[in-house]
Design a protein around this ligand. Sequence first.
Ligand SMILES: *Cc1c(COP(=O)(O)O)cnc(C)c1O
Length: 399
Amino acid sequence: MPGFELFGDEERKEVQDVLETGVLMRYGFDQARKGHWKARTFEMELAQRLGSAHCHLCASGTAALTTALAACGIGAGDEVIVPPFTFVATFEAILAAGAVPVFAEIDETLCLNPDRLEAALSPRTKAVMPVHMCGAMARIDAIAQFCAQQGLVLIEDACQAVGGTFQGKALGTFGAMGCFSFDPVKTITCGEGGAVITDDETLYRTAHAFSDHGHDHIGSDRGLEGHPVMGLNFRISELNAAVGVAQLRKLDAILKTQRAHKKVLRDALATVDGISLRVLPDEAGDSATFLSFFMDSEDRARQATAALAAAGVDGCFYWFDNNWHYIRKWDHLKALRSCAPLTLTLMADPPDYGRIFLPESDRIMARTLSMQIKLSWSADDVARRAETMVRVLKELGAV
Ligand SMILES: *Cc1c(COP(=O)(O)O)cnc(C)c1O
């Protein structure tokens, strides 16, 4: 997830175009902007790159998720099935919509297990929101099939997986809408930003309006525009979009570097007993932002985490103890600590997140380590890292 590693002349040039006109808004100012439409350009190029009919940028990935839920008509009392291994934004957006996150088990893809969705169904289930974690895909074909059979809306949180594919088709294009984030630690960044993509023109128009106070964006006078719906302000600024335009044009080069680095490390790990790799439903479509692997027990995973850090192998995450990414440490959710009462507290039988039991996910996450793949590594860095990892993990195995 190297967006923050890149800021070069290309990014500076795009931002400079905006600075020279002083038009920081994505809409209007047609004369003053001298032909620079950074948000529009980013949207057109991203839609084309991902093979989606429409793309709409938002102020963040969280705003994109919120916009997608709204456009798909998901709100008060609706249940949305989500994985317990994600970033907190996934459930935050659902709660903010007035809807109810329902957690289902993950499998060794580190994403929602399609075979455990049925157990999470209720008469109130409206949608499934799989998260393509750490750069790679869920078993999205089976999840999409389940949604179609059950008449559920599929919204993909592809915030960590831009450029990833499953059987050649871009992640984010399998359901009604796909969501992306371009925050500073994502594969490409624009400082802060996000996007929704869809093939459905009505969803696109609704998302467009919702994320800008309900404006229909018809005509040239904002004050005279119609408001098909009420909305909010989740607009991206032209300055942010400008950075994104430059970064998107580097995406293919980024993926190529990540995949090359990851291959060296993965091949090295394959020589160590007692380690297995994350299951990838389509290895060719992995965006390769992380190398994730399983130790054979929680103890071994904790020992490996400590030993790798001690040996100077940085950027290895043990998510089981992480406050942001796994439900075990989401104490604020478990206690429902919100600024103001949430819609779900009005339900007759609200969920008790303090009592959720996800033994399969716990067993997997307790054994999982993920190493971030960086763009700035040289071939020597990668070779040395692979060597150190193998040495450290083999020593561990000999104990
Ligand atoms: C980063 C991220 C988001 C939210 O994106 P922001 O742009 O930081 O709001 C949502 N879901 C996942 C899985 C993410 O990793």
